[in-house]
Ligand binder design. Structure first.
Ligand SMILES: [Zn+2]
Length: 138
């Protein structure tokens, strides 16, 4: 079982559909139905519907299986560590709440791709802020 970038959305987790009404046209963004917005799918095998193993997650997969990319764990933890070391007095919940605004809408269902993007942005802002402070001090 190998993880691969979702071929339908190219790993972005969203698909864009063009629409037109009268003289107005646009694009609508929606969650990729192939990967459920995760951006990754597996190329796992599909068992026939009448297979006795159907429904057993160990062996029977309905293709495409959706799995989140395991490499994200180290990346996300590294981001959290870097931010926390800048603000060691913050509580963990405080840090996550500050860095990942989407958590306010619901921590449970916030996709890691979204959380990771927010952490990266937050880290970037800290760097910008520090640069500005250092320049002002110099
Ligand atoms: Zn997709």
């Amino acid at each position: 079982m190998a993880l691969m970038k979702c071929p339908r959305c190219g790993g972005g987790g969203y698909i864009y559909e063009a629409w037109a009404q009268g003289t107005t046209a646009g694009q609508q963004q929606s969650t990729c139905p192939s990967c459920g917005g995760r951006g990754y799918v597996t190329d796992g095998q599909t068992l026939p519907n009448n297979s006795p193993d159907m429904g057993m997650p160990k062996v029977a997969w309905v293709s495409p299986i959706v799995l989140r990319e395991p490499e994200r764990i180290e990346r996300i933890l590294a981001s959290i560590r870097a931010i926390w070391q800048r603000f060691p007095d913050w509580r963990l919940g405080q840090l996550l709440n500050n860095a990942i605004p989407e958590f306010e809408k619901g921590l449970f269902y916030t996709e890691d791709t979204i959380a990771e993007e927010s952490l990266d942005k937050f880290e970037g802002k800290i760097d910008e802020g520090l640069d500005r402070c250092l320049k002002n001090m110099g």
